[in-house]
Design a protein around this ligand. Structure first.
Ligand code: ZN
Length: 649
């Protein structure tokens, strides 16, 4: 009859070679970067995050109002259904009456606006003649006004990528929302320090065709913004949303993805989730289901619930929760249909119940379609279902909670199951660390924007734009091209683009005649592990690096000990020559190397080994003796010659 265990999902190996272009994979990015300004965007509070106890707190409630067109917004309704109480933690130092919607906005922060223009120009955008402040509806409580002030600064830009262009639809400057502290039951709590900090939002066209392209383009956008030196760095300063769709599916937004490293798995799994939901839809249609004719029976479950003895139910039973059972005719085992790795369709239902009915203790639903070690077993279920005269081919969901939440939950279960006949639902989802996603909210309706009557338009003159344009930093793809011409590998080019030592590299490479690859490797790679080893690499100035590579250029030490020399110069501020002399680091000449090689061969020549092994063995001994005194390459050359001569004898 029903499946007995979770069918664990699609392994990474499966979609590594999957052809996503065939699915009609489409993805666009919405990238938010906080700007490094002194003040907030629409008030004069300092733009910084604070820790510690709040100075005050206030509680508000959300209520939907009819729009001018006489409709309720879908998201607004959903938020209302959750009956949330919103708590704002206030800090005197960084919050004024503007953030709490008690006073109108100040004129827009010009510093922030200029940074936004600069970034828009970097992304080849056309800059608007006049900036119009707009209100963007924000109903999750993270902005007390219920809207965010936002303004388009640039439109129709692009980033060159492979042999094509990734379109940048527009770039806006806007105010950041509150930080969520907790969201438990019917109470959500926010910290207000972040509220109002300026950020830019870069929205690309859905031009990425595979999960891997999404990742590469995201890196490129990040590098472009960081190249200005005017965006904030660190945890929470960057937030990225990804829009994914496939043919026949719909745009689903994955919100707040913290790491670019998650982009490929997240978008791959979302594409396959949509594919699975479309398959589920086909199956439902083939069974003759539509959203209208789907048949449900909702049953009250009383004291007989105690017959289902299992870990998942012991607590709800003890705390006298109410129980209901939803029977969906003809669903059979489709509830266990896998839509994400380890997440069957039941999980989609459970998520809706969690978010909308606020039943957030998991598991919040149980079904005989999914039997695990904490659920009732098959025998218990079968007896129980017989008692309730449930049809053999029905899908069953058991749910519990207090009376109000339970009613919302039962409705939501039926809504989600009906929606399965549509296929993919337009919604926002949150990223999980394993690459899967969970439901977050229904996507807002299209009328989310309306003009802000509190703020006059801000004209941007051509002269002003030109003034910013002449000082634009080098774009990362231009820099990459320059590095490629220096002979750096693609790997090193990318490492350097993400390194804060790229300007140092430029300086050293232009002043010292050392192979650029050696410089790049030291600055983009070695320096990272030196830092990880606990050395304070911040102490090294560009001048110091020039000095180190000059010494290397003059042959004062071999390449093998370049990282050690860097470490020595962190701890010792004297000149490199003095340090090297004191440590006894001195290069030996060719004839000295040759005589060391001869001695070592004489003393230990393992003739029983084959040529390769013998070479490696001897090389090891010789380099231990000559470490810091000779280039490994040169030693290898001499050793090879000597061994060849030996074998001729
Ligand atoms: Zn303020």
């Amino acid at each position: 009859m029903r499946r007995r265990e979770i069918v664990l999902g699609i392994p990474w190996e499966y979609f590594k070679d999957f052809d996503f272009t065939q699915l009609g994979f489409k993805c666009g990015l919405e990238v938010h970067y906080q700007l490094n300004t002194k003040k907030k965007l629409h008030c004069r509070c300092p733009a910084k995050m604070v820790d510690g106890e709040p100075d005050a707190a206030t509680i508000r409630h959300m209520r939907p109002t009819l729009s001018e067109l006489g409709e309720y917004d879908g998201t607004a309704l959903m938020e209302f259904k959750t009956r949330k109480e919103v708590v704002y933690l206030l800090y005197d130092e960084v919050v004024c009456t503007y953030e709490m919607d008690d006073t109108p906005p100040f004129l827009i922060n010009r510093e922030a606006l200029d940074i936004a223009i600069e970034i828009a120009l970097m992304l080849n955008c056309h800059i608007v003649d006049e900036v119009h402040i707009t209100r963007k509806q924000y109903l999750d409580g993270s902005i007390p006004t219920g809207f965010q002030r936002t303004a388009v600064v640039g439109i129709n830009g692009y980033i060159p990528y492979k042999d094509r262009k990734i379109g940048v639809r527009h770039l806006t400057v806007e105010e950041d929302a509150c930080r969520e502290v907790s969201d438990v039951g019917h109470r959500i709590t926010f910290k207000t320090d972040r509220l109002g900090i300026p950020l830019v939002e870069v929205i690309t066209e859905p031009h990425m065709r595979t999960p891997w392209e999404v990742e590469e383009v995201a890196w490129m956008i990040g590098r472009t913004l960081r190249a200005t030196g005017k965006v904030r760095r660190g945890i929470g300063s960057v937030r990225q949303d990804i829009n994914v769709s496939i043919d026949g599916g719909t745009r689903v937004e994955i919100k707040g993805v913290p790491r670019i490293g998650l982009f490929a798995p997240l978008t791959a799994i979302e594409a396959l989730r949509q594919k699975a939901l479309l398959e589920l839809r086909e199956e439902l249609l083939s069974r003759g289901f539509t959203a209208e004719n789907m048949e449900f029976r909702v049953m009250d479950v009383g004291s007989e619930i105690s017959e289902l003895i299992c870990d998942a139910l012991s607590k709800p039973i003890k705390s006298n929760m109410k129980f209901k059972m939803v029977e969906a005719k003809g669903w059979d085992d489709l509830l266990a249909f896998n839509v994400q790795p380890g997440k069957p369709f039941l999980h989609e239902i459970s998520e809706r119940v969690r978010v909308i009915a606020c039943l957030d203790r998991l598991p919040n639903i149980l079904s005989p379609s999914l039997i695990t070690s904490i659920t009732p077993d098959e025998v218990q279920w079968s007896k129980f279902l017989k008692k309730h005269s449930v049809e053999e081919r029905s899908g069953i969901i058991l749910v519990w909670g207090d009376e109000d939440d339970l009613k919302t939950a039962v409705d939501e279960i039926m809504i989600r199951m009906r929606e399965a006949t549509i296929g993919v639902v337009n919604e926002t989802r949150q990223a999980c660390s394993n690459g899967t996603t969970d439901f977050e909210r229904i996507l807002p309706g299209p009328n989310r924007m309306y003009p802000d009557t509190d703020h006059p338009p801000v004209p941007i003159s051509n002269e002003h734009i030109k003034g910013i344009e002449v000082n634009l930093p080098e774009r990362p793809w231009e820099r990459a091209e320059r590095y490629r011409r220096l002979g750096l590998s693609e790997h090193l080019v990318n490492e350097l683009l993400d390194s804060k030592y790229q300007d140092t590299f430029d300086r050293v490479a232009s002043e010292v005649a050392v192979n650029p690859t050696i410089i790049a490797k030291a600055l983009a790679e070695d320096i990272k592990w030196i830092r990880r080893e606990g050395y304070d690499t911040e102490k090294l100035s560009d001048e110091r690096f020039v000095e180190i590579f000059r010494a290397y250029e003059r042959g004062l030490f071999p390449r093998d000990i370049l990282p050690s020399v860097i470490i020595m110069t962190i701890e010792d501020s004297r000149s490199i020559e003095v340090i090297l002399r004191e440590k006894g680091i001195e290069m030996v000449n060719k004839s000295e190397i040759a005589s060391t090689v001869r001695e070592v061969i004489k003393a230990n020549n393992p003739t029983h080994l084959n040529n390769d092994a013998r070479f490696r063995y001897l090389m090891g001994i010789i380099m231990r003796g000559l470490f810091g005194k000779a280039e490994g390459g040169k030693v290898a050359e001499i050793l090879k010659d000597s061994l060849r001569n030996l074998s001729y004898r």
